[in-house]
Unconditional design. Structure first.
Lengths: 114, 114
């Protein structure tokens, strides 16, 4: 079974803080993704990575950055957290080599910015 | 640009009722289609997917979906729901000629009354 692990399930941060969300997958997947999930909006792609040190912007990258130094680890960084970044953040991974591979999700990180 | 539209945001059914959740997408090329499910407190998981071949796809737990190319639709069905089907359901589209981006619909919350 593919396992995507997000290190923090629940976080509360103050406005202006720098926030790190960590994600590790154990299936040697090339692709990794960060989504945010908000009621009524579904999942929106923030950033994705198709290889170590490679990253691409998704639909809503503003206010976020990412880091992929190792194949199994993909970090999401909020440089200066704001209240409108309060959300559920989902990390995911998939095999590379094509666009139709199943995406496997972690359990999510609930972030509240106060 | 690709988009995915799920017609119902909330559906309430009694046990044994039949279910159909609508999903339409906008993309003129070849697509891969997915339904994901998120049970309360659990991570998103794949329910079923369509890549090619038979447009009627069977998934886990008795779910099926039919791809109708002329209608740009991929509706999810189950003939008889159970209380344990209470969850949020997401339709997703990935364009085969595109990059790695998978676009999700806004989700449909299903509540099944026991």
């Amino acid at each position: 079974d593919v396992k995507v692990t997000q290190s923090s399930r629940y976080l509360v941060k103050r406005t202006g803080e720098k926030v790190f969300l960590e994600c590790v997958q154990d299936m040697d997947h090339e692709n990794m993704f960060w989504y945010r999930q908000d009621p009524g909006l579904g999942l929106r792609l923030i950033y994705f990575s198709y290889d170590v040190k490679m990253k691409e912007k998704g639909d809503i990258p503003e206010g976020y950055s990412v880091s992929r130094e190792k194949k199994e680890r993909f970090s999401l960084i909020l440089e200066s957290a704001s209240t409108n970044q309060t959300s559920m953040y989902l990390c995911a991974s998939s095999l590379g080599g094509g666009t139709g591979n199943t995406i496997y999700f972690g359990e999510g990180s609930w972030l509240t910015v106060v | 640009a690709q988009s995915v539209s799920q017609h119902n945001h909330h559906v309430i059914l009694s046990e044994a009722a039949s279910l159909e959740l609508g999903c339409n997408y906008s993309y003129g090329g070849t697509v891969n289609l997915f339904w994901y499910v998120q049970y309360p407190g659990q991570h998103l998981q794949l329910l079923l997917k369509y890549f090619s071949g038979d447009p009627l796809v069977k998934g886990i737990k008795g779910f099926e979906a039919e791809f109708i190319k002329s209608k740009f639709s991929f509706n999810l069905r189950k003939p008889s729901v159970q209380w344990s089907d209470t969850a949020e359901y997401f339709c997703a589209v990935n364009a085969r000629t595109g990059g790695f981006k998978t676009i999700f619909g806004a989700g449909t919350r299903l509540f099944v009354k026991a």
